[in-house]
Design a protein around this ligand. Structure first.
Ligand SMILES: Nc1ncnc2c1ncn2[C@@H]1O[C@H](COP(=O)(O)OP(=O)(O)OP(=O)(O)O)[C@@H](O)[C@H]1O
Ligand SMILES: [Mg+2]
Length: 272
């Protein structure tokens, strides 16, 4: 497998007191789906911001295709265009991403930046809207959309540039079951088409379906484990320790017992 990203001892601090990533070192391979999991505040979004070149490591090195990604590298126009064309980022909150007057303008923005011919850009925009079932939204202002609709528009806008890497921060959070399944299928088909996908999620069931590597960020902001789902997601003790699942303790009459998720509300007891 070819290395796409390489991180060496990456540390990120928002300020003197706020660590977000500590000594993070790993590689991301071309063509893989890498899922990053961890509790709230463990550093997932920060790690994605670094991979997308939106912020830069406080110390340590990030490379993309063997080129160091730093502020000075991205200040070079040609390198910036090459990196931005290749690496697409879909924000955790789509509001942070949408800024054009209408949905259609939003999807056309990337192709127009690439100086694509209007006709070609329109073809791409309409085929993406069709694929994502959002054609009916084309003239709507982006602030007049539901959360799930915004997410789909944000995905279409990024796909319009056809990047080889898609970085998606919690792509299925706050989506209804049908839209969630649709996005999961889309992730599979984009990956089959050769795209590298890096995503974060709190949904361990979805991640186990991908059957590809999972990286775990601990509450100390380090990579605690990286491996296939069977090596990471079957270790209950490890998952509880890293606040990825929780045990729930409760009482029925005089009987006190613990449950793992999935049996929280409705469960039977042989004897009370
Ligand atoms: N703009 C900021 N200024 C200061 N600290 C920040 C800022 N953004 C995030 N942090 C802190 O950095 C750490 C990592 O935050 P990050 O947003 O990367 O976590 P996360 O794993 O994505 O969490 P979540 O699951 O809630 O999205 C947290 O302790 C957070 O409080
Ligand atoms: Mg986050």
């Amino acid at each position: 497998m070819e290395k796409l990203f390489n991180l060496e001892n990456v540390r990120y601090q928002y300020n003197q007191f706020q660590q977000a990533l500590v000594n993070v070192s790993f590689d991301i391979e071309k063509g893989e789906i890498l899922s990053i999991i961890g509790s709230n505040g463990s550093g997932k979004s920060t790690l994605l911001h670094i991979l997308a070149g939106l912020v830069f490591p406080t110390s340590g090195i990030l490379k993309f295709e063997n080129h160091e990604i730093s502020e000075s590298a991205l200040n070079k126009k040609d390198f910036n265009a090459y990196f931005r064309q290749n690496v697409g980022y879909i924000f955790q909150h789509a509001d942070a991403q949408l800024f054009c007057p209408t949905v259609l303008d939003e999807i056309l923005f990337g192709p127009q930046q690439k100086l694509m011919k209007k006709e070609e850009a329109m073809d791409i925009a309409f085929s993406l809207m069709k694929m994502l079932n959002i054609e009916y939204l084309k003239d709507r202002p982006t602030y007049m959309l539901s959360g799930g609709e915004k997410k789909k528009v944000a995905i279409a806008a990024v796909l319009a540039v056809n990047p080889q890497v898609l970085i998606m921060d919690e792509p299925t959070s706050s989506l209804d079951p049908k839209t969630r399944s649709f996005i999961i299928e889309l992730i599979f088909s984009l990956n089959e088409a050769g795209k590298t996908i890096i995503l974060t999620s709190h949904n361990l069931e979805m991640i186990s379906h991908f059957q590809s590597r999972v990286a775990v960020l601990s509450e100390n902001h380090t990579i605690e484990r990286i491996g296939m789902p069977e090596d990471v997601l079957n270790d209950t003790e490890f998952l509880i320790k890293n606040n990825l699942i929780s045990e729930h303790m409760h009482k029925h009459g005089t009987h006190i017992h613990k449950h793992l998720p999935g049996s929280l509300f409705f469960h039977k007891h042989d004897r009370l």
